[in-house]
Design a protein around this ligand. Structure first.
Ligand SMILES: *Cc1c(COP(=O)(O)O)cnc(C)c1O
Length: 404
């Protein structure tokens, strides 16, 4: 049984106060909080097992290597990848995307087309622009409607034999829209294009099945799913990972080095140059264990309830407008108060202990689309409560009164 009060006890930070008020943490789409179970794994690693991996014959090194590789298998199982070496451990989504964008430099020719959705995070726009600058590739945008849903009929028109790559987030961090990635992947494949899905915002809410989706690349950041910062995954289909050249050179990613020539290591090490975030990778696995023990079905159902409740309560406030009203969305609410800058609301909310994000949420093109400077974004996690939604609504009312 899903018991939010019991779950909250796992998160020590939720007990703290901010500006003399109980913390109401509603910035989960930026980073989620870390449960004691994961903190314990991090502490224990440094207390008992810390060593460099894959190189040493000594016991600590072997233990650390085993723990790290077990985490990789855990991640593989969670996302149902066919093989553990299709899971590249990276520093997070941004790093993962840059590995693919860099790799495609070798494969994209002048005039080839890359499609990105209109609701991408900057980390899913800028690397492709850089790729196009290097190669003469052409970036095209799949537009969206006022609700924040992709125009799939325009996508159909854009797809052609020139399309080499399609990039889209699974769930938008700014709007909460759940994109129809099954359809996006299938249609891209029908013209022979590869697909990268940015799953950074989806991983906390749903389990994406790599084999069922038949996706070519999928990215995740551990810090958005109760894990630490600085670690994440790039899933890549084995055939693609063989095709792409390595991104960074260094230790760990080589088979043999002479001054004349270096041969690269096999997967996954080819893409894992240097000493990785060993403890982070192990904690990433522990975070998945933690979330799976609660259960993603229960998490999704509860978050949906919070979303519906918060949407209803916020819309009762005069002059409040929500951006991103897709039929299919997760527990992210981007909104503005008529005539008030989002930063001003955000600052007063902080004084009242309520943590939200304000600004463009690394998605300036979305803000340009709505012709606004930014939004206030409240994003809910399974440890948030209806009382906290009420605190948010009260705080927004108070802020509005003070500012108007
Ligand atoms: C957070 C986020 C990113 C960037 O993740 P990093 O952990 O900062 O690399 C990319 N895309 C989406 C949709 C995100 O929510």
């Amino acid at each position: 049984m899903f018991d939010v009060n019991k779950i909250r006890k796992d998160f020590p930070i939720l007990n703290r106060e901010v500006n003399g008020k109980p913390l109401v943490y509603l910035d989960n789409a930026a980073t989620s909080q870390t449960p004691q179970q994961v903190i314990d794994v991090i502490v224990s690693y440094y207390q008992n097992n810390n060593a460099n991996i894959h190189r040493g014959v000594h016991t600590l090194s072997q233990e650390a290597t085993d723990m790290y590789e077990q985490a990789r298998v855990k991640i593989q199982k969670h996302f149902n990848a066919a093989q553990a070496h299709e899971i590249i451990l990276t520093s997070g989504t941004t790093h993962s995307i840059n590995i693919v964008a860099n790799g495609f430099s070798a494969l994209i020719k002048k005039g080839d087309e890359i499609l990105v959705s209109a609701m991408e995070h900057h980390s899913n726009i800028v690397p492709w622009q850089m790729l196009c600058e290097r190669t003469g590739g052409v970036l095209k945008v799949i537009p969206m409607n006022q609700e924040g849903e992709l125009l799939m009929e325009v996508y159909d028109e854009l797809l052609c034999e020139k399309t080499k790559l399609v990039f889209c987030n699974h769930i938008s961090n700014a709007l909460g829209t759940i994109n129809p990635i099954e359809e996006i992947i299938e249609k891209a494949h029908s013209v022979g294009a590869a697909v990268l899905i940015d799953g950074a915002q989806a991983a906390p809410h749903v389990i994406a099945d790599m084999q069922k989706l038949d996706v070519d690349f999928y990215t995740v950041s551990a810090h958005k799913i109760c894990g630490p910062t600085g670690v994440g995954m790039l899933y890549g289909k084995e055939a693609w990972l063989h095709k792409l050249p390595p991104y960074q050179g260094g230790g760990e990613m080589i088979a043999e080095v002479t001054f004349e020539k270096t041969t690269y290591a096999g997967l996954p090490h080819k893409f894992e140059a240097g000493t990785p975030n060993i403890c982070g990778g192990i904690a990433f696995g522990a975070a998945l264990d933690y979330m799976n023990a609660i259960g993603f079905d229960d998490i999704a159902a509860y978050e949906h309830e919070l979303l519906a409740y918060a949407t209803e309560k916020l819309l009762e406030i005069d002059g409040l407008k929500i951006y991103g009203t897709a039929k299919n969305k997760t527990s992210v609410i981007s909104f503005n108060m008529e005539g008030i800058h989002p930063y001003d609301i955000g600052s007063i909310l902080d004084k009242l202990g309520v943590a939200v994000r304000t600004g463009h949420h690394c998605a300036q093109p979305i803000m340009d689309f709505y012709k606004i400077p930014g939004t206030v974004r409240a994003s809910f996690c399974f440890y948030n409560t209806k009382d906290e939604v009420n605190a948010l609504v009260d705080a927004v009312r108070r802020a509005t009164k003070m500012l108007s």
